[in-house]
Design a protein around this ligand. Structure first.
Ligand code: FES
Ligand code: FES
Length: 160
């Protein structure tokens, strides 16, 4: 099968990548670009560990073909911090103890960032809805939800 040359903006940098038609976005990120922060949990759209932002929307990267992302802007967990400063969602999930094994964490961080980008003051229910596709088998969800609430508050105070 021949490769397709695609161009994407990933974490703010333009990348040109040659990919076979059947390569998923997840495989491309991990295997071709060494962005291994995005995790492969199920390859079936069930766990959310592979969540990345595509043009600002959270998607399961195991369910999207890389060729479909030609021209897209992609943000992975590696792109959340800026100039060595963690994103508020990263800072607060650490402070709240919302990380144990950490396997789900990149996907949870990305879904949380997507939520706070579109809704800077979410209710508990809106946070639960935003994280419904992200499974965590370790921590339980209360600390994670508290972390997103704290991140929202922190983000609002940084903006004011
Ligand atoms: S690896 Fe994509 S949803 Fe589980
Ligand atoms: S911290 Fe282990 S799966 Fe969530």
């Amino acid at each position: 099968m021949g490769n397709h040359r695609i161009m994407l903006k990933i974490n703010g940098e333009f990348e040109q990548v040659d990919v076979p038609a059947n390569l998923t976005l997840l495989q491309m990120l991990r295997d071709k670009l060494a962005l291994t922060g995005t995790k492969n949990g199920c390859m079936a759209g069930e766990c959310g560990a592979c969540t990345v932002l595509v043009n600002g929307d959270p998607v399961n990267s195991c369910m999207v073909l890389a060729v479909e992302c030609d021209g897209a802007e992609v943000t992975t967990v590696e792109g959340l911090a800026h100039n060595g400063v963690l994103d508020p969602v990263q800072t607060t999930i650490i402070a709240q103890g919302g990380v144990q094994c950490g396997f789900c964490t990149p996907g949870i961080l990305i879904s949380s960032r997507a939520l706070l980008n579109r809704n800077p003051n979410p209710t508990d229910e809106e946070i639960r809805d935003a994280l419904v596709g992200n499974l965590c088998r370790c921590t339980g969800y209360l600390r994670i939800i508290d972390a997103v609430k704290d991140a929202a508050e922190r983000q609002r105070s940084l903006a004011s």
